[in-house]
Design a protein around this ligand. Sequence first.
Ligand code: ADP
Length: 484
Amino acid sequence: MKILFVASECAPFVKTGGLADVIGAVPKALVPLGVEARVMLPAYPALGTLVAGATIVWEAGDVLGGPARVMSCQAEGIDLLLLDAPHLFDRPGNIYLGADGQDWPDNAQRFAALSSVAARISTAGLAGWKPDLVHAHDWQAGLVPAYLRQHGGPVPPSVLTIHNIAFQGLFDPSLMTPLGLSSALYTSEGMEFFGRIGFLKAGIAFADRITTVSPTYAREVLQPEFGMGLEGLLKARSADLTGILNGIDLDVWNPETDTALVSSYSAKSLKKKAKNREEIIRRFDLDAGRPGPIFCVISRLTTQKGLDLLLDALPALVARGAKLAVLGSGDKALEAGYMAAAQRNPGAVGVIVGYDEPLSHLMQGGSDAILIPSRFEPCGLTQLYGLRYGTIPVVARTGGLADTVIDANEAALTSKCATGVQFSPVTAATLEQAIHRTCDLYEQPATWAGMMRRGMRHPVGWDVSAQAYKDIYTSVLDASTSQE
Ligand code: ADP
């Protein structure tokens, strides 16, 4: 079975969030199941060395304003197809945003090009390789099913995965013709979203199947509070919608082998975690004399992640004698809020604004608990890393957080199945209570160590979910063959 993945990020080559981790992990997890996946992504400057050693497998003189080619190579165990279109992707900085922090003005053209070339490749094939099915991810690849729909001839079926419905790729309708899209697709059942072109909506409307990244989020997006205006279309397509929980790459996120740690450890040698903890205290300028746990945050700093609520709950955390280490960037007001909190609370709150992959590993290795107070969370990966590293997840009960953490309520503690702390509804007051509850647990060393060990044993790999993706591919392919 041959699958073409189409996405805008793939770890470890280019990453702004969880999407990259998933795209970097699923193709590898599918190999033992007999699925041959190739990942198509833009050839951003960060991928320059890969492009230099790659083979040209497709070329066109004009793709939305300039020449483009597709380069094939293998790296980190992944088969890559890189869309090299310098007029769209050869620019410095963030892959989505210009230096002014605003979306690149031609993001519609950039990701329409990715989708359109993916659709062309998947219908015509490349030398010796033609996918049986295309798997598009998020709004950046949302037009793939639309381009396939208008193709006319036989096309492979498509699956769309929604990693976050809040990012929809909305653009001016005057772009339909310039992007090579038929006006017949611009309807309210199709890709029109309140007077604009919706790239994600196009994917939802025209893909054969839709998945999202946790069972709870698959139910939540059918509700107006979470559906972001797409709940109606999703309800209409609910028979084709499945929630498949994300896993993590167990080779990359392994406390026994992680080279970003000062001291590696396992569930059998938890004491060795202490060296990493000392390093976090040093790096974040925390006061080792404070008796409480080290909570960490590794996140985009946004209101989606509930990090405004944590600022409100911070005085309680500090008063309780706990410590907080924050690594993140995003919303400027939140960045300023956390920097000010660190200044106000020396030794109790340490903040590093930025994006630092090795430090994120060290924080999982050296913190006691990880705070994830998200208002919504399609799956969330940092709680899974927390489980694997014996760093107790303290999470809002929503989306994938609800599906992966077992709350330390009395019953769960008695039956020894608790792995973390959940709270709901998501408010500063309930977050404060969750912080207190976590500190109470931390003061009971045997209970705490039991939760750490249990979390570290909790299955967080891709085995089950990779099989679930394969089952979806099989059922889509069976359905499309029976229609022929
Ligand atoms: P989202 O994709 O919504 O941002 P996820 O929890 O699914 O959230 O994935 C976030 C990923 O990005 C995780 O791998 C996390 O470790 C990483 N990450 C987030 N912020 C930072 C940061 N400032 N530095 C390093 N890694 C980060």
